[in-house]
Design a binder for this molecule. Structure first.
Ligand SMILES: [Zn+2]
Length: 113
């Protein structure tokens, strides 16, 4: 279950931010999860519940948004919306593609006190 380590990574990042930004409490966190990140949301939420205990984010509210993935085709130089992995370019069928976004997770914004 990699959601737990993802959650721990997020909490670690928040702790680091708190240390450098000198704040004690995080009230809200907005997370962007790529549609292709293979993250199961309920597992991620559970992971966050566990990982945040005793940290600056112990009573933070997490808002999780799914971001669509973006593909780029080198054959026809077109951007496309990538719904899943291992699919060719929807315009020309080429496999010379690259997925730019949507296969990662990041902290977009946070609110602190
Ligand atoms: Zn193409």
């Amino acid at each position: 279950m990699h959601e737990l380590s993802l959650a721990q990574g997020v909490i670690q990042l928040l702790e680091d931010q708190a240390a450098t930004g000198h704040f004690q409490r995080i009230t809200h966190v907005w997370l962007d999860v790529g549609a292709l990140a293979c993250v199961e949301l309920s597992s991620l939420q559970f992971g966050l519940e566990v990982a945040r205990r005793g940290t600056v984010a112990s009573d933070a509210q997490f808002h999780i948004d799914i971001v669509p993935a973006q593909g780029w085709c080198f054959a026809c130089n077109t951007a496309f919306r990538a719904e899943q992995h291992a699919l060719p370019c929807p315009h020309c069928g080429s496999w010379e593609i690259q997925i730019d976004k949507g296969n990662a997770m990041r902290v977009r914004e946070m609110e602190v006190e």
